[in-house]
Every structure is written in C-alpha cells, then in structure tokens.
Design a protein around this ligand. Sequence first.
Ligand code: 13P
Length: 284
Amino acid sequence: MLASTLELARAGREHGYAVPAVNVLDDLSLRAVVEAAVAARSPLIVQVSVKTVRSVGTELMTTMFRLATKDAPVPVALHLDHCPDRAVISDVVAAGWSSVLFDASDRGLATAERETAEVVAQAHAAGVEVESEIENIIGVEDGVGSDVALHAYSVQELADVAQRTGVDLVAPQLGTAHGEYKAAPVLRPDRARELAALTDRPIVLHGGTGLRAEDFRAFIDAGCSKINISTAVKTSYMRSAEEHLAGARASGRWDPPSMFRDISAAVQAAVAGHIEEFGSAGRA
Ligand code: 13P
C-alpha cells in the first residue's frame, strides 16, 4: 500500500529520526532499496528524478513500484524528486503517487509562490502531497538545478510562503549540495532549527550523500525528518557493475544475473548504512 510521505516524515520529526528518501533508477535499484528497508524494518520514501520518469515512463514506474512494494511489511511512499516541469507534475499526480517536489527555485519569489499554490491545489485535489523548494539546493542532479545559489530568503519568508501556499513539506537551503562534495560544506543545522521553530511542516534535507553520521544527527535534532540520498545509490550501483565487469573480462564468464546480484547487494549495503545513521531502523 502506498504510504503518505507527510505522515512518514511527521512521525520521524515527532520521534527524532529521519526517513530515508532514496532515489531509484530502475527495477533493480528499486527492489534493492525496498529490501534494505524491509531488512531494517525502516519506513522508506522511494524517489524518482524527472529524468528517470521520462526514461522509464510514469506508468511503468508506477507499476514497478506497486509490484515491488505490495508485500513489503514496512510503509513505503513514492515521491517525484525535483520537478520544475508542471506537465510532469500533472502526469504523476494523475498516476496517484504519494507526493511531488515542485521545484520552483528557478523562478522569482512571486511566480514561485503563485505556481506553488496552483500545484498544491491540483495535487491536494487528487490526494497527493507537495514538497516545496523555492531556494535552490546547490548542484545539478539529473539535469535539474544550478551550481550557484539563485536566491536566499529568510526562514521567516520560507515559513510564510509555506503557510500561504499550503505545502506539506519544506526543502530549504541548509548548506548541503547534490552530488559528491568537492570541498567541505558549511552546514546549517541552525537554519533548520530556526525554521522548525516557525513551522511544524516536516523539513527536508537534500544532498545527503557524503555527510557524516554526526552531521545527519545534528540535522535530525534540528528538525529534519526526510533525508534525500541519490548519489550514493548511483555510485554503489556503477562501481559494483564496474568491478563485476572487470571480473567477467578476466574470467571470460559473462552472466548478467550475477552482476545484478552484485549491484543489488552494493545498493542494499549503501542504504542500510544510511538507515542506521538516520535512526529509522526498527521504526516500521
Ligand atoms: P545526493 O545526490 O547528494 O545524495 O542528494 C540527493 C538529493 O537531495 C535528491 O533530491
């Protein structure tokens, strides 16, 4: 059964843990991520980038998710990650996913607010929740985003816009970035804490890959209860494939199913580590 992203994140905030929100790329990574959550008895949010939605197709992705989670004994939500494209939002809302991230950070404040309110009205009418981003998270991920900060609003402005638009979850800039960190980031759990004092909407931490366990703990203590992980899935997937292919070349044994097993094990291990760090193990 499709879980609610909002309810999972609310429970995390209430009990001092964060729900892992993990990007998947295909059925192999999807099943691996679900297996990791089941093994740890953790709630889970499966996320899909717009690029992956476009390449797999909304219908196939929705069906894969339904089948991969139908017997899962833990709650799993299905979420569209960073989406500035209203047509893709409409498609996913019509398909009945748990939630969408409407990424309006490429727009000015007035336009971002107006369009976010429109997306909320459309999504809520279909029972779909909305995460909002009006300040951009640094880094380009799957073709979406920017390497420079486009806007910086006060936490009061963020809370006010969230209140006026009626969004369910808020994704502020907290010093993190998508992708591998090239330099040590200046992390802002203090900003999450200030925002948490102004709104009870769950706060989302983007750019989780590369942070340390103590960084996650500081953000969770400050009020973040959905933490996004994407790059760690991609690198564990590709590195295990690379290693497997090197072995295949050396042995002359080319057997795709055994490579899929290696990839699945690597992705599961990466997600299991984050589940431990986020404190979500045993919460489902
Ligand atoms: P990373 O790719 O840095 O893990 O960030 C993931 C993310 O924030 C997805 O929205």
